[in-house]
Design a protein around this ligand. Structure first.
Ligand code: HEM
Length: 436
């Protein structure tokens, strides 16, 4: 054993030198090597600026998203509740008000337009911290493991919420299952991780932003490259580029919430620049009668409305409804996809007059509205008592001085102030007051 060692050409030292040399070059080329990421733009101040923008933006997104859920009245009736297993997550639900009449138009327009506008900021933020995702060892301690898991939920949650939201407004339902539970539960997971991250990083961000200019180095900056490439763009220039990207998205999406030439600027989404056509009925539609499977036969001469309540069951033809007291209300259509129209001049029978006729009792929970439509998630919806009793809530028969078109819900549709578009049922066939 002793002899063979003496005769050998010192393999361990030779081999380890060789391996060490090779290992250095291979490891240097991996994303986990400090010198791999060479952009001189990266730095904790750059990340902090993007973080502060996201702090404000994501908070508004979360709040407006929760408001959007409350606006469906999910606690009123199972037909409205798309996340029946939400448990404590519904703690904040409240009776959605009917005023101001543009409330949902504002909250949902803000939610979707802001979500689109923040995409460049989110991508820039992820780009700015990407070296941290590759640092080795991946886990150093139990505390570090927990932090990594929270980052997985943060990054995964952010990507999930943005991707599902953007696909939804593009009418691309590629994800398995219903959008509502996915986006709702995803929002809670993402926001919990977001809060944990913000609690750790906001103080750091404030400190570094107060201590010097954007282009100055921070001592021991965890994101600055140790071997930066020559700059082609300053940090200020990079932030301006991100801001310009956001501005471009804002210009090409905000128009979905306005009529006229602004809507034509909204080229990036369906229901944006699409021309709704001329005439009094020429305003945006979410689902056409054809797409909803509505036929002329179901809504023509043979159609009648059933009104049911403690006083009994009544049937009305359209001429009979037209013979009742008619009222007008100027209300918008505001869709869950974030687009909306300006106020349209609706005319028809007040829901509260039909309620009185049906013997709707004081303090009753509300009204169940059913449509001729046989497929789709909102063909039956419940409206709350405050919505039934509002003098502007109508069973509309005409709009802007003309009979409703089939696409806008002929022979009769519900229109309620401040309610999401999906609660404004088209092609109504039955109203059940009181017993929900
Ligand atoms: C959509 C929201 C956000 C996502 C997806 C996100 C993602 C990340 C990731 C993956 C990291 C690297 C891991 C780490 O070091 O913690 C990071 C670092 C950082 N984040 Fe965020 N972040 C978000 C929001 C924020 C907010 C709101 C702030 C503060 C206002 C912030 C400030 C920072 C800072 C300063 C760092 C660098 C920490 C360091 O390396 O010393 N981030 N972020």
């Amino acid at each position: 054993m002793g002899d063979s060692r003496r005769n050998s050409p010192t393999p361990p030292a030779f081999l380890s030198r060789l391996l060490a040399g090779r290992a250095t070059t291979v490891l240097d080329r991996l994303p986990s090597a400090p010198g791999f990421w060479r952009s001189p733009v990266r730095g904790v101040r750059f990340t902090a600026v993007l973080g502060v923008v996201l702090l404000a933006g994501i908070t508004v997104l979360f709040v407006t998203g929760l408001l959007s859920y409350a606006a469906y009245n999910p606690d009123l009736h199972p037909v409205n509740d798309k996340t029946p297993d939400k448990g404590l997550l519904g703690f904040y639900l409240f009776a959605w008000p009917t005023g101001p009449h543009w409330l949902y138009r504002l909250t949902q327009g803000l939610h979707v337009t802001l979500g689109i506008t923040l995409v460049p900021v989110l991508l820039a933020k992820l780009w700015s911290v990407v070296p941290k995702l590759f640092t080795l060892p991946p886990v150093r301690s139990v505390g570090h493991a927990l932090e990594r898991i929270s980052l997985l939920l943060l990054v995964g949650g952010a990507l999930f919420e943005f991707v599902t939201g953007l696909l939804n407004i593009q009418l691309e339902y590629l994800f398995p299952g219903s959008f509502y539970p996915l986006h709702f539960y995803g929002a809670w997971v993402f926001f919990a991780a977001f809060l944990a991250h913000a609690a750790l990083r906001v103080p750091q961000s404030v400190r570094v932003l107060r201590s010097g200019g954007l282009s100055e180095s921070v001592a021991g900056d965890p994101l600055e490259s140790p071997a930066p490439s020559p700059p082609t763009l300053s940090r200020r220039g990079a932030l301006t580029t991100v801001g310009a990207g956001s501005l471009l998205l804002l210009i090409t999406s905000a128009g979905r919430s306005f009529d006229g030439p602004l809507r034509r600027l909204a080229v990036l989404t369906p229901h944006g620049a699409a021309e709704p056509g001329p005439g009094p009925n020429g305003f945006q539609i979410n689902k056409t009668a054809a797409a909803a499977g509505i036929t002329q036969a179901e809504t023509g001469e043979g159609w009648w409305l059933t009104v049911k309540g403690p006083a009994g069951e009544f049937r009305f033809t359209r001429p009979q409804l037209l013979a009742m007291d008619q009222y007008s209300a100027a209300l918008p259509i505001a869709c869950v996809e974030g687009w909306s129209t300006s106020d349209q001049w609706w005319r028809g029978v007040r829901l509260r007059d039909l309620a009185a006729l049906a013997g709707y009792p004081a303090g009753a929970p509300g009204l169940l509205v059913e449509s001729v439509q046989r497929k789709g998630p909102f063909r039956r919806v419940a409206l709350r008592d405050n919505q039934v009793r509002d003098a502007r809530s109508l069973l509309a028969l005409s709009v802007n001085g003309e009979e409703l078109t089939l696409d806008h819900g002929y022979p009769a549709r519900v229109i309620v102030p401040a309610a999401p578009g999906v609660l404004n049922t088209k092609w109504v066939s039955r109203l059940t007051f009181g017993a929900l």
